[in-house]
Design a protein around this ligand. Structure first.
Ligand code: NCD
Length: 326
């Protein structure tokens, strides 16, 4: 453990334009190698220690972030705000795009080119797949994808993986069960891809109509990841090291009857967990809308609140990296 922040191996207090992630966009988990993840997690770990030790420090003093959210968010937007402010920077929050010129019909490229005049980094959440990549084509400043429709949510997957590393010590050798809405859930799309860099076994549990997209299954198949799909949790649960639960993404359904038919398909309760390993962790990107009962919260295996906190450190690490400070 580093005891003197000035000796910290990853946090130089000066601009490093040659830093590997300086000025880069974060659009998809496909950008990351295993070595990149090790680096990000080392920086995130240092951020965790620095927050515990000093709370706030001026690594990004004078830098400005824009949070540009075209979809609702509690955790992602507020954790990016907290991350920036804990590093001494500041934030332009545009969480209600209907109060901005977007409501006058301004296009995404124009909005992004406006905001980059005032900010050093743009965090974007948008309902369309590929919106962040498109915004990044127009922007000179780094764009961070905070969720593009049913596409990806790379920073969530990074914090999910960091949670696994911090909680279980390693990723290789684990059996990870992804449960719920695997079709529309962008967090599981990103997480499955990221996990494929490790020696893991993936189990998918979902209603028939919410299966993991074929494209992702095929991608992972090619990488040699053992995958199995189930419609019930009974068989896959006892061998699981991680149970990653997701919400059925109501807002993505065109047919609400279809949503009603799968809503509440899986509910994790203390009884469910009686069949799970002692060391398993239960994760959820949140918000939960009934998939995990509140009685589970007292179980030490319930990692979803800790998971949110890990998100702060990962987002601090990413901001420091793309702004040339780590
Ligand atoms: C997720 C999202 O927005 O995709 N939330 C989050 O960022 N933590 C999951 C969800 O909305 O179900």
């Amino acid at each position: 453990m580093t005891t003197n922040p000035t000796l910290s191996p990853h946090l130089p207090f000066g601009d490093r334009q040659t830093a590997p992630w300086y000025g880069k966009d974060i659009l998809s988990v496909k950008q990351f190698s295993r070595a990149d993840l090790t680096y990000i997690f080392e920086v995130a770990h240092e951020m965790r220690e620095m927050v515990a030790r000093v709370g706030t420090f001026d690594l990004l003093k004078g830098k400005i972030l824009t949070n540009l959210f075209y979809e609702p968010s509690t955790r992602t937007s507020s954790s990016f705000t907290a991350a920036m402010e804990r590093l001494g920077g500041s934030v332009i929050p545009i969480n209600e795009v209907h109060f901005s010129s977007v409501s006058k019909g301004e296009s995404l490229p124009d909005t992004v080119r406006t905001l980059e005049c005032y900010a050093d980094v743009i965090v974007l959440r948008h309902p369309e797949v590929g919106a962040s990549a498109m915004a990044a084509e127009y922007a000179r400043k780094p764009v961070i994808n905070a969720g593009d429709g049913i596409g990806e949510h790379p920073t969530q997957a990074l914090l999910d993986l960091f949670t696994i590393v911090e909680e279980l010590g390693e990723v290789d050798g684990l059996t990870v069960t992804l449960l719920g809405d695997l079709k529309y859930g962008r967090t599981v799309h990103s997480l499955a891809r990221l996990l494929s860099l490790y020696d893991v076994r993936l189990q998918y549990v979902s209603p028939e109509i919410l299966r993991m997209p074929e494209e992702i299954v095929a991608e992972l198949e090619e990488r040699g990841v053992p995958q199995a799909a189930h419609t019930e949790l009974d068989t896959p649960l006892p061998g699981s090291d991680v149970l990653y639960v997701t919400r059925v993404q109501k807002e993505r359904f065109t047919d609400l009857d279809e949503y009603e038919s799968v809503r509440g398909a899986f509910i994790i309760s203390p009884e469910t967990l009686s069949g799970a390993k002692e060391r398993m962790i239960v994760m959820h990107p949140l918000p939960r809308v009934g998939e995990i009962t509140m009685e589970v919260d007292a179980d030490p295996r319930a990692a979803y609140f800790r998971q949110m906190e890990y998100g702060l450190y990962v987002r601090m690490a990413l901001l420091a990296m793309v702004l040339g400070k780590a």
